[in-house]
Design a protein. Sequence first.
Length: 306
Amino acid sequence: MPELPEVEVVRRGLDKWVRNRRIDAVEVLDPRSTRRHVDGPDDFQQTLTGCTVASVVRRGKFLWMELDGLARPSALVAHLGMSGQLLIEESDAPDEKHLKVRFSLSGQADSPAELRFVDQRIFGGMFLSTLIPTSDGNAGGSGSVSAFIPQAAAHIARDVLDPVRNVEELYVSLRGKTTKLKRAILDQAIISGVGNIYADEALWQAGLSGLRNTATIRRNEVSRLNDALIDVMTRALAAGGTSFDSLYVNVNGASGYFARSLNAYGREGRPCLRCQDNGRESLIRRDPFMGRSSYTCPECQPRPRR
């Protein structure tokens, strides 16, 4: 699934091409993609028509558009799921094979006329969610100055790159759990935006095993992990995210290239680059984890003693 950098790349594209534009028409081509809109696809179309996109916001992997022109403050939430894409297209561009929702936008110089939601596997979707005040009184997420968040995303913790978050809060949250470290940083209620790929990369960079019990984690280790998470996410964002197939693209259909810079994830059986630089020999190993895989170096990410 797309993680924080991939969703942020999409948010920035939408902010450039969609913000301050009016939604002139909405066409739901597959009701399954609006199944979380409780009042149905017809209401989805009617309610959004005539609204203006005031801002495009992200917290963790959650993406939403704050809207002007609604009787009740609400946001249009876009959940990308496994294969969701938000693409900016000209109105005469051929429909994508898996086009689910089409938004016709008001005219803007040198800007394509449509926003399209495309989803091959249909795990994602779009829906309206009421805006509620944030619990800490700060802005809801990246791209917003308002202290509101969609009710559907209110349970999500602040993400790795959120300037409001601090390392002490992460330390307290981790020490308050009794679980494996990787499982904890994948928990979006502890810190949001981290998925399997970047968890492995940050743990490798911090020299920590994801099997560590969070109740034993020390402040200096959390500081190393926090720095690694920020660094990995920042570098991935600069590279446009990580794309392993053609489904992960930005609003213009381009793939990210951070996969070329991965140090742990997907490198099973290949030398650990840190050990290699230090004159040691160690191969990256892959282990099953929560129905997925974890990639680690057994030498510089030692497992906890039983």
